[in-house]
Ligand binder design. Structure first.
Ligand code: CAA
Length: 273
């Protein structure tokens, strides 16, 4: 990913953070506690199925996150992380997909939804998906958009889109291929099979597995570990790690030197007082 893509997006408007009512319309809750923001998918009666409003609201959260936030946790209320897109989005009518739109309008429509996911790669934050129950389609892609996936033993992942005649289009194909390789990604997507937490861990799709019921404690422990690391070094290191697959060795070595010189000078200045 190019460095420019990884900067915190400029607010599209001067509007402040979304109100509770706006968040609720997107089926979301947001709690900001110092350096930790928790975004909760909050439609358990629909297994946290997500609407276009959900993704637009996620984008708005990304645009208006307070600068002191270092860790963003995404979690789901009820029995599942997320059942993916709310299938009513395909039934037409107001708020549904604009099937009649021309190419440019349709492209812009989907790009706006993808913005709900892209900010999660921002180097100024570490993003954690806390997955339990099902993570299907857009829900799986949301987990893939995060830096770290922590899963309960009951977690199940499924890229259901091809089975529904669709492609995964919420930024998920790139991280999926980067994690499991193109052949495994083809096998997973084109069978639309379900991967349990144990297999997800073997494939590198989740970084940590915790007992069912132990997700909140697992997230708390992980968050504490992340916050214990120097904040500026964390930002610079995430920037480096995301640039690594796109750089040649020479380019990456140069990037390491640039980042390290900034760090060394900052540490020396702090040492001198
Ligand atoms: N959209 C709308 N409503 C949904 C939903 C969805 N994606 N998933 C579940 N619900 C609703 C159900 O209709 C049901 O509603 P009622 O109580 O009114 O009947 C309620 O949520 C509970 O669902 P279940 O009784 O099915 O709950 P379960 O725990 O037995 O099963 C589940 C959970 C495995 C997630 C199952 O509900 C399911 O398979 N849901 C559909 C998943 C799906 O196909 N998602 C689309 C993926 S593709 C995608 O996401 C595309 C994209 O981004 C581009």
């Amino acid at each position: 990913m190019a460095e420019a893509e990884l900067r915190r997006p400029e607010p599209a408007t001067t509007a402040g953070p979304p109100s509770e009512a706006e968040l609720a319309e997107g089926g979301l809750r947001l709690e900001v506690d110092g350096a930790v923001a928790t975004v909760t998918l909050a439609r358990p009666e629909r297994r946290n199925a997500m609407t276009f409003a959900t993704w637009r609201m996620l984008a708005a959260i990304g645009r208006t996150l307070p600068p002191e936030v270092r860790v963003v946790v995404l979690r789901g209320d009820g029995p599942s992380f997320s059942a993916g897109i709310d299938l009513s989005m395909f039934s037409g009518g107001e708020g549904g997909f604009p099937f009649e739109a021309d190419d440019e309008t349709g492209d812009r429509f989907i790009a706006d939804l993808q913005e709900g996911y892209t900010w999660l790669r921002n180097p100024e934050i570490v993003t954690v998906a806390a997955v339990h129950g099902h993570a299907i389609g857009g829900g799986f892609q949301l987990a893939l958009a995060c830096d770290i996936r922590i899963a309960a033993e009951d977690a199940k992942f499924c890229m259901k889109e091809p089975a529904l005649g669709l492609v995964p289009d919420l930024t998920g194909t790139k991280p999926l291929v980067e994690i499991v390789g193109v052949n495994r990604a083809v096998e997973l997507c084109l069978t639309a099979r379900t991967v349990d937490a144990a297999e997800a861990a073997r494939l590198g799709l989740v970084e940590r597995v915790v007992p069912t019921g132990g997700l909140d404690a697992g997230v708390e422990a992980l968050t504490a570990e992340l916050l214990a690391v120097n904040a500026e070094a964390a930002v610079a290191t995430k920037r480096l790690l995301f640039a690594a697959p796109l750089n040649t060795l020479d380019e990456q070595c140069a990037a390491e030197r640039r980042e390290q010189l900034v760090r060394l000078r900052a540490l020396a200045a702090a040492f001198r007082g």
